[in-house]
Write a protein that binds this ligand. Sequence first.
Ligand SMILES: [Zn+2]
Length: 411
Amino acid sequence: MKLKLTADQTFVRETNLSQVLRLIHNQAPLSRAQLAAMTGLNKSTVSSLVDELIENGLVHETGSNTGGTGRPATLLEINPHAGHIIGVELGVDFVSVVVTNFLGNIVWHKREDADPAEDQKKMINQTLRIVKEAITTGRRKNYQLLGLGLATPGTVDVNKGVLVFAPNLHWRNVPFVKIFSEQTNLRVFVENDANAAAIAEHLFGAARQCQDFIFVFAGVGIGGGLFLNGNLYRGKNGYAGEIGHSPIMAEPSHNVCHCGNRGCWETYANQYSIIQRMQARLEVKRTSIVPQLMAEHNLPLSIPLIKQAADAGDRESIDSFVEAGHAMGQGLAGLINIFNPEKVILGGPLSAAGKYLLPAIKETVARHSLQEIGQQVEVQLSTFGPDASLIGAIAIVVDDTLWHPVTIERR
Ligand SMILES: [Zn+2]
């Protein structure tokens, strides 16, 4: 028979369960004795907490530690089959849906182009159709679905589950959690794409065990996810991290940003800025294989095309990326001076051109940040590259489960 606990005891028990679960997630394999030492809880409390985590399928035993002296200890790790999760990334011109296990490993994936000129309702219906396909697939395979995460560009009110404003989609006040939970009957979470990607790096990727880092989502815009002291920094209203809209050079002649201002950092370093740099080179008749590739594929100038040319050694294409990399580095140098992060992680669609961008970013960061701060920061590519936000959509559900392990519902 289960003991009846008071509200306070229930809260303490959940807090302890979460602490043990997060340690196992972050540092597995661990023994019960190690967990007791790390948490300061006594061994019998840890054993009882671990029993509960094993009982609800979140943790399992994985062999034993035979090294050292003394009795071999049974080791614990996260059960990858603790449940499955549906992740949705809403891009400016695509919708991507995945099903993963509890460790973020993809078992089903579908991506469709979406026309950004289409109305909001049509794009949401397209997304719901793919999500329902994912749910049907999951049910057929008997997956326990723990929830659905949705990553979207723009400012998100996480508590209300509403996309407040996405300049690049021209959408305002979209109640994503209400729409998707009504239609799927799952627990639904929504998060800004860069924040979601930062959580993914922290849980599964390049920033595991890293307490202070900046995730940079580079694509149509430049978004940021700031991890400070081991937690995502949201700011007063939850909108922190809109790094691409910092005004770095407000010349009246410069491009108008999607937000309506001029001189925003992202207009110097986003996808469109690279296409513009390439266009300017072609207009002055620089030698490049890009016009030939455009004609061969019958395609307009695009990032994949410039990347293809760069990979073939096309100097003008490489330089277009390198210039954007320097612009990224300038904005980052300011952030690095302010936050003194351990790492800066570059993800999103432009990270596919990371081999051209990264050296330029590093060079400019070294030149423009304070020496003591800039020297120790590690600038690297995302573990998930262009799929960083998609895995981020998964990570926000896993993160909630790690913090609230008793609330998981088996459906
Ligand atoms: Zn802007």
